[in-house]
Structure formats: structure tokens, C-alpha cells
Design a binder for this molecule. Structure first.
Ligand code: NI
Length: 195
């Protein structure tokens, strides 16, 4: 089932999300809904807070980025990257690098965001099996972006104060639903939510 994506300004996007218990009811259905919702919106990642659930889970399908991989190894990593991350913990290292990021909750805004190059991630997969992995490049970036969501952080929080001031009006508009967007959204400051 496609769920509406929560737009910028909703308090759920600013909250640190809660861990998921192994007996969480309807978990497989939630995962299926997250995939469906993400694909419908042509996204590469979606975190539970973005559908209004303050839970520590996100899904990533980075395969559309495969062509953008800079090395053969990175291309290969991207080609095979379709994963569910539950209760992850993250450590970052390496050099900072910038990349133009967007977010399904913040349609129509893209900005350069600086992030570390390498992540070590420990998480549970969709079957609650423990996994530890290391990623670099674009995979590491998408993981960090989605991980931020379950920590209540948006990519716009990471911009310079000048950039923040420049996009403030646009963000306000998004929260009121004054934005063109071809997927279903829920806008916090719009009483009659779209569709
Ligand atoms: Ni996002």
C-alpha cells in the first residue's frame, strides 16, 4: 500500500525514532509499503519517519545510481544495493566530500551536502539477522542521509546558515503544500492535504 510521504515541517521528521522489537506486528507489511511508497515517488531511500512512523527502519535501493559509480568497485556495490536496515548503528570516517542531495520529504530543493566518505554500519535485516558492513562513496552517502532521518535530522539542517536563510521561504511553502510534486504527500500546515 502506498502511504503519503510526510513533508518538511512535520514534527515526526525532527524526532529521534524508536527501536523496533523483533515481534513488531505488521513489520513485513510495513517493509512492503515502504518499498512501494519509495518506488512510486522514484526515490532511492525512504525512512519510516517519512511515512509518519517514528521507528528505526529505512530502505534503500541505490541501483539507479550504478552508472554514477566512479570506480568498478563502487559501480558493483551500487548495482547490488537493495536493502532493509533495522535498528542500525553507524560510524563514519574518511574525507568529507560534497554531493547534490534531495529528499522525498523536501520536494524541489536540492543542495550540496558535505559528508564523510566511509561508513561502518551494524543493523538487522528484514529477517532480524545481524549484519555488519562497510560502504563508501554514494552507498555511504545514501546510508548517512537515511540514518539521519531516524535521528531526526534533515539534509537542510546540515547547510550553512546563509543557505538556510536563502531556502527558508521555500521550506515554509513546502510545509503548506505550495509545491509541485507528482507523488502523494501529507503537508503539516495544509488542512486539506493533497489528494
Ligand atoms: Ni530524505
Amino acid at each position: 500500500m502506498i502511504r503519503p510521504i510526510v513533508a518538511y515541517g512535520d514534527p515526526v521528521l525532527k524526532k529521534k525514532a524508536k527501536e523496533i522489537a523483533a515481534d513488531h506486528s505488521g513489520l513485513q507489511e510495513l517493509i512492503a509499503d515502504m518499498w512501494e511508497t519509495m518506488y512510486e515517488a522514484s526515490g532511492v531511500g525512504l525512512a519510516a519517519p517519512q511515512i509518519g512512523l517514528s521507528l528505526r527502519i529505512f530502505v534503500i535501493d541505490a541501483r539507479p545510481f550504478a552508472e554514477d559509480g566512479e570506480t568498478e568497485q563502487e559501480k558493483k556495490q551500487l548495482e547490488n544495493f537493495k536493502k532493509v536496515f533495522i535498528n542500525p548503528t553507524l560510524t563514519e570516517e574518511g574525507e568529507e566530500w560534497s554531493f547534490n542531495e534531495g529528499c522525498l520529504s523536501i520536494p524541489d530543493i536540492r543542495e550540496e551536502v558535505s559528508r564523510k566518505d566511509v561508513v561502518h554500519i551494524h543493523y538487522l535485516d528484514e529477517n532480524f539477522k545481524e549484519v555488519t558492513e562497510t560502504y563508501d562513496g554514494l552507498c555511504a552517502r545514501v546510508i548517512q542521509h537515511e540514518y539521519d532521518h531516524i535521528e531526526g535530522i534533515l539534509f537542510t539542517d546540515k547547510l550553512s546558515s546563509l543557505k538556510k536563510r536563502l531556502i527558508k521561504g521555500k521550506l515554509e511553502k513546502i510545509s503548506r503544500g505550495e509545491v509541485d510534486c507528482d507523488y502523494r504527500m501529507k503537508f503539516p500546515k495544509n488542512k486539506k492535504n493533497r489528494r
